[in-house]
Design a protein around this ligand. Structure first.
Ligand code: NAG
Length: 196
């Protein structure tokens, strides 16, 4: 009886999740050098990527859009194909301690696709520049500049049913920190259409 109760209170993670987490931890540990620098080539080997796809997968089509070619700032756009109502826009920042992962990492591609379908919403997943090559506040600048880009270029880059006056910022881990600071800057700025 006791055992059943405990099991109900703390459900164990599926083995696939546990395996993935341990592989990711090992890869992250192995790619950190003692002097604090990062072995990008090794980490890149573990960063499985997903290409953008104009053909809907699970009802969501994706494309990569460049906001500023001079610093290779781009985002992946997730557009649900079914709903014809207006949709909110979620600007998402991936995690990875400011040094790891990308907007086209397989796991983030999958989670953003899920948000787009389930909410439903248009999702903009920002590929901000990474430290230590690009130091603070480069990541916050990139996040904020993507908001400006969307505000300025809405009709060219977002589908007609995107409602920028309902814009939400989200992220996990370092991405949550980014969402917070970019929202803070956004609150002090004047946009034409965007309301965060
Ligand atoms: C809007 O897009 C144009 C063309 O890509 C670009 O030159 C401009 O800087 C963009 N606006 C912002 C605020 O990024």
């Amino acid at each position: 009886m006791e055992v059943t109760n405990i099991a109900q209170k703390s459900p164990s993670l599926p083995w696939k999740t546990r395996l993935t987490v341990s592989i990711l931890c090992a890869a992250t540990d192995a790619s950190q050098r003692r002097d604090g620098t990062v072995n990008r080539r090794l980490l890149g080997f573990f960063n499985f990527k997903a290409p953008p796809n104009p053909n809907p997968i699970n009802g969501v089509e994706t494309s990569d859009i460049t906001a500023d070619p001079s610093r290779n700032l781009w985002f992946r756009l997730f557009v649900p194909t079914n709903p014809d109502q207006t949709l909110p826009v979620i600007v998402f920042f991936h995690g990875g301690g400011f040094v790891y992962l990308t907007a086209d990492s397989k796991a983030y591609d999958a989670v953003c696709r899920r948000f787009a379908r389930k909410v439903p919403a248009i999702v903009v997943s920002v590929n901000y520049r990474l430290a230590p090559e690009h130091r603070y506040p480069a990541q916050y600048d990139d996040g904020f500049d993507v908001l400006k880009f969307l505000d300025d270029n809405k009709s060219q880059v977002l589908p007609e049913n995107a409602d920028l006056s309902r814009c939400f910022l989200a992220g996990d881990s370092a991405g949550a920190n980014l969402a917070h600071h970019v929202a803070y800057r956004a609150a002090e700025s004047n946009f034409q259409k965007l309301k965060a």
